[in-house]
Design a protein around this ligand. Structure first.
Ligand code: ZN
Length: 509
């Protein structure tokens, strides 16, 4: 596989991490910037990855008793105004529809006409519209719980966009549940966080830290926000999923009232939770390397690419027939996670080296080359994406086919182990404020190198200390782990006040 010297992606992670990320997304054909400012086009390979994320997460949510439904894209402005904190939290990033018609203007342009009596907001999240509907659906405790999920899109106006990580429109799922008691709603909030942790760690192979957000970082209107936090290869944190306990705030705002078992009128207890196409960005920044994307085998759009090598039409027919035979045998096999192995036979007429590099950049777990010589010896030449692109091994056809489910499992586990070692290797207990400052300050402020990680330091619980860390160093407390007190008490890294245990501070996306 000639042509490429050094790495397939330029710049490398170390040279310019942000630009490397954009180049990987492009080279892997996951997404591109659209003509509409702030919005992305998800390309077939990226969308197939998203569909597998959907399938996996959807199955876990359904197994926990949730059903899917769909609610409107538009939310009347008055709905959004019902919950004061909620409206404050989202007001600055709302797209507002004020007209419902276009008319020809004098110069042939189109002019908005038919002003709406009440403006509509393109949903930034659907608590308020779903709350209004639940208020109609719920009369008695017998109507509870409601456990619904919605797959859809939302809009949060962004001026500085980054594909998958920050775009004005993104795809996600948002779950909204209503319960009879606080305990039930809490149980739901925790159950879904555990589903997210399970999915992100075991399917996306991204290790996370789970915990509760500090009051300052909660979802607008929530009583408590639980989250999972991952570490990217530039040592910044990425929030990978959130689950909110709303208490009765949204039930009060929307009027979700039920008659209790004792015949009293009570407000329901609600939760909401979401995970988005951001997970794709997280997978890129966790697993990709300087040669492109590295797909976790369990969610890869395909696990094996077969690359037939031929020189003339007659050779092409023979090799293609043989390659299809290998593909058919592979497609009959189950993966370690259930479901069949997905195989692509890439029969395009192009340079074999270039073709190989395309699949490396897309992150396909296994590349299999089959040429006339391999056919003669009934063997195949295999490249694994978790090894150097230049490393290949030859194996008898039957032996190779039998090995694939096990190799994919090994690669999946290997990716997770590598990411976990990275996370653990970039956690540091810091008690000295100067060391803390140094940890989060790049040596080259003009062109910051990769630095920092998760600083496990003490925090007194004061909002001011949190704000000061955020202001001075762009560092936030990622979460309050449930076993925080295990680390023992200490002194707040900012003010020196009493702290019951360490929390992870980090820069973040
Ligand atoms: Zn403090």
């Amino acid at each position: 596989m000639a042509k490429i010297k050094g790495n397939a992606i330029s710049p490398t992670r170390r040279e310019d991490y942000a630009e490397w990320y954009q180049q990987v997304v492009k080279a892997a054909e996951l997404a591109e910037i659209s003509p509409v400012r702030g919005c992305m086009i998800i390309k077939p390979w990226g969308y197939a990855f998203w569909e597998n994320i959907q399938k996996g997460l959807d199955a876990l949510l359904k197994a926990a008793g949730h059903a899917n439904a769909y609610f409107p894209l538009f939310i009347p402005k008055s709905y959004l105004e019902k919950e004061a904190e909620h409206v404050q939290g989202f007001a600055k990033e709302c797209a507002v529809v004020t007209h419902h018609r276009l008319e020809a203007g004098p110069d042939g342009s189109l002019v908005p006409a038919g002003e709406l009596e009440e403006p509509l907001i393109v949903r930034p999240t659907s608590e308020t519209i779903i709350g209004a509907v639940y208020a109609k659906w719920v009369q008695s405790y017998r109507d509870l719980p409601i456990l619904l999920n919605q797959w859809g899109n939302v809009v949060r106006w962004e001026l500085r966009t980054r594909l998958f990580l920050r775009t004005s429109e993104f795809l996600w799922q948002e779950g909204h549940t209503a319960h009879e008691t606080s305990e039930e709603a809490w149980e739901e909030t925790r159950r879904v966080l555990e589903i997210y942790r399970d999915f992100v760690e075991n399917s996306l192979a991204i290790p996370v830290i789970a915990g509760a957000k500090t009051p300052g970082q909660r979802f607008p209107g929530a009583v408590e926000t639980l989250c999972i936090e991952a570490m990217m290869q530039d040592c910044k944190a990425l929030q990978a999923g959130t689950s909110h306990f709303m208490g009765q705030n949204f039930a009060r705002a929307s009027g979700i009232i039920y008659q209790s078992r004792e015949g009293r009128e009570e407000h329901a207890w609600t939760t909401s939770w979401g995970a988005s196409t951001r997970l794709i960005g997280g997978a890129v920044m966790t697993h990709a390397d300087d040669d492109g994307m590295v797909m976790p085998p369990r969610l890869a759009p395909a696990q094996v690419a077969i690359l037939p090598i031929f020189r003339d039409p007659a050779g092409r027919r023979a090799v293609l027939g043989h390659a299809e035979g290998v593909a058919a045998a592979l497609r009959r096999l189950d993966t370690a996670w259930g479901g069949k192995i997905e195989v692509v036979v890439d029969s395009r007429e192009m340079n074999a080296g270039e073709k190989g590099w395309e699949w490396i950049k897309k992150g396909i777990p296994l590349r299999v080359e089959i040429g006339p010589r391999d056919m003669e010896s009934d063997s195949v030449s295999v490249g694994r994406r978790d090894r150097s692109p230049r490393e290949k091994y030859s194996l008898g056809r039957e032996d190779f086919i039998a090995s694939v489910p096990g190799v994919l499992r090994e690669m999946q586990d290997g990716l997770f182990a590598r990411a976990r070692a990275f996370l653990e290797g970039h956690c540091r207990e810091i008690d000295d404020p100067e060391e803390f400052r140094g940890y989060f300050t790049p040596k080259d402020p003009e062109k910051p190198e990769i630095h920092g990680g998760f600083a496990w330091s003490h925090w007194c619980g004061g909002r001011e200390c949190e704000d000061r860390a955020a202001g001075d160093l762009s560092v936030t407390i990622r979460c309050l782990p449930p076993d925080r007190e295990k680390s023992g008490p200490g002194k707040c890294i900012v003010c020196g006040g009493e702290s019951p245990g360490r929390v992870p501070f980090a820069k973040s996306y």
